[in-house]
Ligand binder design. Structure first.
Ligand code: SAM
Length: 237
């Protein structure tokens, strides 16, 4: 049923083998293969929609595990199928050796989740090095404050899962939403604004601005995009 969500009691209870079979051993597997169970998910795309960012970044950073979190069942299924189909078509390409080659999309997955409620069920303290909020909250103005994806309370949770030095990216075409997100992030002691000029040549920010389905739509309509990025501060002593 649509309103029922599966989530682990704690991050250690999460079985990632379904999502990243090359990287995690199955619960009934006798022994992990070489290299299995040595990595963790490092990047999260919150409200990933149809998965455009993940599909762009996965082959660019083949050794980084990345996860989309999406609340809509049908959209999550679409992204799941998209990843499976891409993995399969990549595996059919001729390869020179049996070595795992980059670009097999084994490092990308999606999960149906309410990131506003359960992000700390999936990720440990300081586990993530990047977290993306791309074109979130289209109905920003009509939403009650506490239903918004960035609130002072939720920023504490996002700061918890983000490691010191990690980056939180926001992109939106809604100026009021940009002002709201930037205001709360600027006022949070654990987030330090990164000047846009500093990220000008960052291919990840470029992908965040341009590779999602919503970002492409805004481009087609010649709309504005507002970017605000923040570095997770060191933990206070
Ligand atoms: N980031 C994508 C893009 O740029 O194309 C999708 C943008 S879309 C406007 C916002 C997405 O966030 C929707 O797919 C929606 O279902 C999802 N979403 C909203 N609230 C969410 C939540 N609490 N947890 C996970 N996903 C959520």
């Amino acid at each position: 049923v649509d309103h029922e969500l599966d989530y682990p009691k704690s991050p250690s209870a999460m079985d990632w083998s379904f999502h990243y079979p090359q990287y995690f051993s199955y619960p009934d597997q006798a022994e992990p293969l070489p290299g299995q169970n040595t990595k963790k998910v490092e990047w999260a795309d919150v409200g990933c929609g149809f998965g455009g960012l993940l599909m762009a970044l996965a082959p660019m950073f083949p050794d980084t595990l990345m996860l989309g979190m999406e609340i809509r069942t049908s959209v999550t299924k679409y992204v799941t199928d998209r990843i499976a189909a891409t993995r399969q078509s990549q595996s059919l390409l001729p390869s020179e050796s049996s070595e795992k080659k980059p670009g097999e999309y084994q490092n990308v997955s999606v999960i149906r989740a309410n990131a506003m409620k359960h992000i700390t069920n999936f990720f440990d303290k300081g586990q993530l090095s990047k977290i993306f909020f791309l074109f979130p909250d289209p109905h920003f103005k009509n939403r009650k404050q506490k239903a918004r994806i960035i609130t002072p309370g939720l920023l504490a949770e996002y700061a918890y899962v983000l490691k010191p030095g990690g980056i939180l990216y926001t992109v939106t075409d809604v100026k009021d939403l940009h002002d709201w997100m930037a205001h709360h992030l600027n006022n949070h002691p654990l987030f330090i604004p990164i000047p846009n000029s500093e990220l000008e040549d960052d291919p990840i920010l470029e992908a965040a601005r341009t590779s999602t389905e919503e970002g492409k739509k805004v481009e087609r309509n010649k709309g504005d995009k507002w970017v605000a990025c923040f570095r997770r501060a060191e933990n206070p002593q």
